[in-house]
Write a protein that binds this ligand. Structure first.
Ligand SMILES: C[S@@+](CC[C@H](N)C(=O)[O-])C[C@H]1O[C@@H](n2cnc3c(N)ncnc32)[C@H](O)[C@@H]1O
Length: 215
């Protein structure tokens, strides 16, 4: 695992620049992992659901559509990314959702608020030393037994997958500061139970979908 080379303080600047073009690469290499992650989250109508680092909202409409009578909350620390989600949701058929600016390190929600938390392609830009801290914050806002699904760029196991970590090593902002990581050990360390990891490669881009249950 390479060390994180883009400081959190750079995130709003880098993602303000990336916001208009973020989805080009994301829909090309992350669609399968995203679809699998949403399937694993298995949102039920009537639940309280949170997506941390909602970004441009590539998953958000699907969360809201699965939960028309519940409440779905999306949070991100970059206003430009959040604006893309707001635009995407303008004509959504369901209105039971909220979007807010916030930080995954200090979620602005009380303990035991959510049945399910989704997060995609955010931990892969954080320092490994922070993984368990942020995951404990996810666990805090989840109800006991609540589901957590995290999707990340993961470490390469085949030479064709190394291209992406090489791009990161040369110029981290080109990949939005994301490098291959393995989150499952930190999820266990943060107190999640039944942790399971699935590896999904799309067009040589390696992702992992890590699932856990708040205990
Ligand atoms: C690669 S994008 C992924 C966006 C979306 N989850 C997706 O899968 O398309 C990473 C997102 O994480 C957000 N982010 C990074 N650090 C964050 C933090 N500490 N708290 C909340 N959002 C954060 C960025 O602003 C950006 O929108």
């Amino acid at each position: 695992m390479q060390p994180a080379r883009m400081p959190q303080s750079a995130v709003p600047y880098v993602y303000t620049a990336i916001a208009p073009t973020h989805d080009w690469l994301a829909v090309w290499v992350e669609a399968k992992a995203r679809a699998f992650g949403l399937h694993q989250l298995a949102v039920q109508n009537g639940e309280h659901v949170l997506e941390v680092a909602v970004g441009t909202g590539l998953s958000f409409p699907r969360l809201v559509a699965a939960n028309p009578d519940g409440w779905t909350e999306g949070l991100d620390r970059t206003p430009a990314m959040l604006r893309q989600t707001t635009r995407r949701m303008q004509n959504a058929p369901h209105t039971q959702f909220g979007l807010r600016l916030g930080d995954a390190y200090a979620l602005p929600y009380p303990d035991n608020s959510f049945d399910a938390v989704l997060n995609s392609y955010m931990f892969d830009m954080l320092p490994v030393a922070d993984f368990a801290t942020v995951l404990r914050e996810f666990r805090r806002v989840l109800k006991p037994g609540g589901r957590c699904v995290c999707i990340n760029m993961t470490v390469p196991t085949h030479w064709t997958e190394r291209l992406w970590d090489t791009i990161y090593a040369l110029f981290p902002p080109l990949l939005g500061g994301c490098r291959g990581i393995t989150l499952a050990p930190s999820m266990r360390k943060a107190g999640f139970a039944d942790v399971q990891r699935t590896r999904i490669v799309e067009r040589t881009f390696p992702s992992e979908v890590v699932v856990g249950r708040a205990s």
